[in-house]
Design a binder for this molecule. Sequence first.
Ligand code: CTP
Ligand code: MG
Length: 235
Amino acid sequence: MDGSPSPTGPKVAAVVVAAGKGLRTGGAVPKQFVMWRGKPLVRHSVEALVAAGIAPVVVAIPEGWDEVAADCLAGIAGVRRIRGGDTRQDSVRLALESLEVDAPARVLIHDAARPVLPRVVIHALLAALETSSAAIPVLPVVDSLVRGEAGAMAAAVSRDGLFRVQTPQAFDFAAILAAHRGWQGATDAGDDAQVAVAAGLVVALTVGDEALRKVTFAADLEETEMSVLPRTGMG
Ligand code: CTP
Ligand code: MG
């Protein structure tokens, strides 16, 4: 198994969270709707998921932006839009609940703010779900790490066992929906893997990709343009 969804294999759906305000990027339009490499940012990853055979793809949209979002996603088969929530975690939970009627076996949860989604990353995640109920793409930390106090370095921190976490994150659908509904954290979880671990799921680590970087600041829209090309997938 290479992890590709197939008509006879387990049904794989996706959630793309695009309901944020993009405050750190700034500008009149939330970053997910900005034109980038000839298309609205959100369209890139949604097209990649659909091209990988994943359906349906539920996209969470901020209140007041549904017409813009419809234009951004026009003509892509298998895409549904829902109203997102106040936090990323709310947007994910609402999107998962909207997928209950479809009863997919597995789901990929992805940030719209990560436009370049290499096929090889999807394949690795789905392959990992053959033996695990959750899987996330990670990359090693390459820079030195330090702990700072009052503007000065207090101590060096070992990089051993530390990774940078990306999306999409892949889960057994029923398990991650239950984990989100049962989340007891006082604050918003940083990502869905944190929700999964809190619910007792084992989260497998797969190989991420530098191309998956997240647009956070306005400069990222320029910088990402010059970033490494995604590795070509296995087909
Ligand atoms: N997101 C969402 N619903 C929210 C908040 C965030 O769907 N209530 C989505 C964003 O659209 C984005 C992803 O979660 O695709 C990652 O969030 P982030 O990069 O923080 O985007 P924003 O929250 O939009 O940006 P900022 O924090 O700078 O306002
Ligand atoms: Mg945010």
